[in-house]
Design a protein around this ligand. Structure first.
Ligand SMILES: *[C@@H]1O[C@H](CO)[C@@H](O)[C@H](O)[C@H]1NC(C)=O
Ligand SMILES: *[C@@H]1O[C@H](CO)[C@@H](O)[C@H](O)[C@H]1NC(C)=O
Ligand SMILES: *[C@@H]1O[C@H](CO)[C@@H](O)[C@H](O)[C@H]1NC(C)=O
Ligand SMILES: *[C@@H]1O[C@H](CO)[C@@H](O)[C@H](O)[C@H]1NC(C)=O
Ligand SMILES: [Zn+2]
Length: 492
């Protein structure tokens, strides 16, 4: 049916007319035209904004920070201004934790890690060595009372050790590593463990420092530690942002997503500024056309704390609404400086996923080699796959190391991380491969345009996936922290 006037259209899509969209006069979107509108210079304009936003909260856009809220407000504002979308904020609270720890003892200041959820504190007390691994109340000698417990990592969770030390009367707990190096991203895992004991200020030391201190103490020297922990533990509100085309079939929706939050440590301009701004730019260009199938752009919050925003969305979406989502496309890190060109493999995934990865591949033919990589649990595609929604996505690599072979394919550096600034303060504009960013954003545009025209190759309606449980929903808080952006987080 060809709709020729706004008057006729009114009964179908009065809002579209009210906004002066005249969908009938728009051509149907096509991949080549949409791809041509994507320019690195426009992407960089968004990037400069995101850097400004991070400065509102000391260089981070972590969920719930001023920098993150400015990001989600910006996304909603510029998309509202097009008049082409229905936008929505999905706002909910989630627990936030960050902190720093420092230990000075024996005339030295040791490099000390913070354990998430540990309380703040400032104590000066003798260091007391805990027996075995500190997993049993009997491991804590009486001298721990009033002292700082020094306990070896392993077997039971950090949180259990810290609570047991608290129960034994310690005023602080230091867990030292069972390997030479330091403990990456340790967490107490649970907010509290009242059944064991109270949490006390806590931190971590490298195995080398910890064993040296233990040897010193065991040789009979009294070692007094000055232990300082500064922490913020609080519930914070933040939002997923959605923008859904007013046009197109809303029984067959294409969802394209990226996460709007960064880690605490930096502004997250590649992770995941690149994916967020990439789909934002596609969303800003798409209004030149009409679509056959509705497109929903999704900007997830709190991905870095364990896929919280995407999981929240899927778990609060009734099955009937899930059925309307034809497919999901994920864009998390698409401009890494030592660039890999990975496409998530749809093999062994819900039917239609192979079609999605093959469609992505079309875009790169004659431009650059791509490699398929399996989905893991490291980004917001996970909740979609878990409920049987065919999915795909692009990825230029995180903290992993570029192999010799890949370096040959991509004219890149072997033996170096794909993103040397991954989850660090230096993940700014200088960390981006802008030409790869433009190329991959055009790849996003290709799949979005292709499926906005036609869902041929994607099973519709989807055979319902009964009782396939949402794996994430079954995970504990501590297990979830393992999921975020290949974030290295340990609880034991
Ligand atoms: C701001 O960030 C710097 C380094 O990124 C850090 O040293 C400083 O403590 C932070 N300040 C606050 C108030 O968080
Ligand atoms: C704790 O103590 C009990 C009984 O003394 C013992 O059986 C168990 O192995 C200990 N557990 C750990 C982790 O040391
Ligand atoms: C303690 O201090 C002494 C004297 O400076 C030094 O030789 C020793 O290595 C230190 N030990 C530790 C574990 O810091
Ligand atoms: C940046 O991306 C381009 C593709 O647009 C690629 O040719 C180039 O090798 C990449 N740079 C690095 C350092 O990987
Ligand atoms: Zn990410």
């Amino acid at each position: 049916m060809k709709i020729t006037s706004c008057f006729v259209l009114l009964s179908f899509a009065s809002l579209a007319c009210a906004q002066g969209l005249r969908p009938s006069r728009k051509p149907l979107v096509d991949s080549d035209s949409l791809r041509r509108t994507i320019k690195g210079s426009n992407l960089l304009k968004h990037a400069r904004k995101f850097v400004e936003f991070s400065k509102l909260s000391n260089g981070t856009r972590v969920f719930g920070s001023a920098g993150h809220t400015a990001t989600t407000n910006y996304i909603k504002r510029v998309l509202d201004a097009t008049g082409y979308y229905d936008t929505e904020l999905q706002t909910f609270p989630y627990l936030f934790s960050t902190g720093t720890a420092s230990l000075a003892a024996n005339g030295t200041t040791f490099t000390t890690g913070y354990l998430s959820y540990a309380p703040s504190g400032d104590v000066t007390a003798p260091l007391v060595v805990v027996n075995d691994l500190g997993c049993n109340a009997s491991d804590y000698p009486a001298a721990v009372a009033g002292g700082i417990a020094l306990v070896l990592r392993g077997v039971c969770p950090f949180g259990e050790k810290v609570a047991r030390a608290g129960a034994a009367g310690a005023v602080g707990t230091i867990v030292y590593n069972n390997l030479d190096g330091s403990v990456p991203g340790g967490t107490l895992g649970e907010i509290s463990r009242p059944e064991i004991g109270p949490y006390v200020p806590a931190g971590t030391l490298s195995g080398i420092d910890g064993t040296a201190l233990v040897a010193l103490i065991n040789s009979g020297t009294e070692v007094v530690g000055e232990f300082h922990v500064e922490a913020i533990n609080e519930e914070r509100l933040s939002s997923n942002v959605f923008a859904t085309t007013k046009l197109g079939d809303h029984e067959n929706v294409i969802v394209a997503g990226g996460h709007s939050d960064s880690v605490v440590a930096g502004p997250g301009i590649n992770d995941d500024g690149s994916g967020t701004m990439g789909i934002l730019e596609v969303a800003l260009q798409l209004p030149k056309w009409r679509v056959n199938n509705a497109v929903r752009f999704a900007f997830w919050t709190a991905e870095e704390f364990g896929l919280i925003g995407s999981e929240y969305y899927i778990s609060h979406l009734p099955e009937e609404e899930r059925q309307k989502i034809a497919l999901y496309l994920n864009f998390d890190m698409i401009a890494s400086p030592n660039t890999a060109f990975f496409i998530y493999s749809g093999v062994n995934e819900p039917a239609g996923s192979v079609h999605i990865h093959e469609t992505f591949e079309e875009h790169y033919v004659g431009k650059i080699k791509t490699a398929l990589t399996p989905f893991g649990t490291g980004s917001d595609y996970r909740p979609f796959l878990d409920v049987g929604i065919p999915s795909g996505g692009l990825f230029t690599g995180a903290g992993g190391i570029m192999t010799e072979e890949q370096a040959g394919w991509w004219n890149a550096q072997a033996g170096v991380a794909y993103d040397i600034c991954y989850h660090q303060a230096c993940d700014g504009i200088a960390n981006l491969n802008v030409s790869a960013w433009e190329l991959n954003t055009r790849g996003a545009a290709h799949n979005i345009a292709t499926y906005a025209r036609s869902l041929e190759g994607i099973p519709r309606p989807r055979v319902s996936v009964p009782a396939r449980t949402l794996k994430l929903a079954d995970l504990s808080y501590e297990e979830r922290l393992h999921q975020a952006c290949s974030h290295e987080v340990s609880v034991v």
